[in-house]
Design a protein around this ligand. Structure first.
Ligand SMILES: Nc1nc2c(c(=O)[nH]1)N[C@H]1C(S)=C(S)[C@@H](COP(=O)(O)O)O[C@H]1N2
Ligand SMILES: [Mo]
Length: 197
């Protein structure tokens, strides 16, 4: 049946129990940081590394830039399709730091101590990036300027806005929402919303 086929096709692209929105909701805990200039801003790569690395915003913009298209899925039930992000592939960032052999997980640190955790493998997927631009426009402060993670294969809470540090870890330490009941991994097609899912 035609209708059935359409539904099947739809359910392949959009994970279960998600509703597509054309708008882009703003969702976060805490305050939006507003930057007048980027002189004091740094990105710190630390933890299970041979030597800690501090990058300036200029350092980041001088790295090779990538453009990636994807859909994002928020755990509260909305999905936004066809986003085009520009920024630095997470794999590119890794050329700046030497990992210790114990590094297996990542804790992304944002402003105000907000964090989110994920396996190193997921952080380093080809589709993962640190973005400064969305659909051709510099990110607004509300959506994560100057730098946000985009990890599209996991629920959107793993895509930290206002990233200031990447901590490499031997063990999987829960981040902000993960300490409050959200899933340690969060795959949308498996509906890994909460720790008990
Ligand atoms: N620093 C920070 N990043 C965050 C959050 C947050 O509370 N703080 N919330 C996450 C959640 S739950 C979602 S759905 C997305 C929302 O991004 P948007 O506001 O650009 O849509 O940001 C994620 N990144
Ligand atoms: Mo979310």
């Amino acid at each position: 049946m035609y209708f059935g086929k359409e539904r099947e096709k739809g359910s392949e692209r959009v994970p279960p129990n998600q509703v597509v929105t054309k708008k882009w909701p703003v969702l976060h805990h805490g305050n939006v940081p507003y930057y007048k200039n980027m002189d004091q801003w740094t990105l710190r790569l630390f933890g299970s590394v041979e030597e800690e690395v501090i990058l300036s915003y200029e350092d980041l913009l001088n790295l090779p830039q990538t453009s990636l298209k994807n859909d994002v899925h928020c755990v509260t039930g909305w999905s936004k399709l066809d986003n085009e992000w520009e920024g630095i592939a997470t794999r590119e960032i890794m050329k700046k730091v030497k990992l210790a052999s114990t590094a297996n997980y990542v804790l992304i640190h944002a402003e105000e101590g907000w964090t989110t955790n994920l396996p190193l493998e997921d952080f380093l997927k080809e589709s993962s990036l640190l973005a400064h631009t969305h659909n051709g426009e510099t990110l607004t402060p509300e959506h994560g300027f100057p730098l946000r993670a985009v990890i599209p294969h996991l629920y959107f809470w793993k895509s930290a806005k206002w990233v200031r540090g990447i901590e490499f870890m031997a063990i999987n330490k829960p981040g902000f929402w993960e300490r409050n009941g959200y899933h340690m991994l969060g795959r949308p097609w498996k509906e890994e919303r909460f720790s008990w899912d």
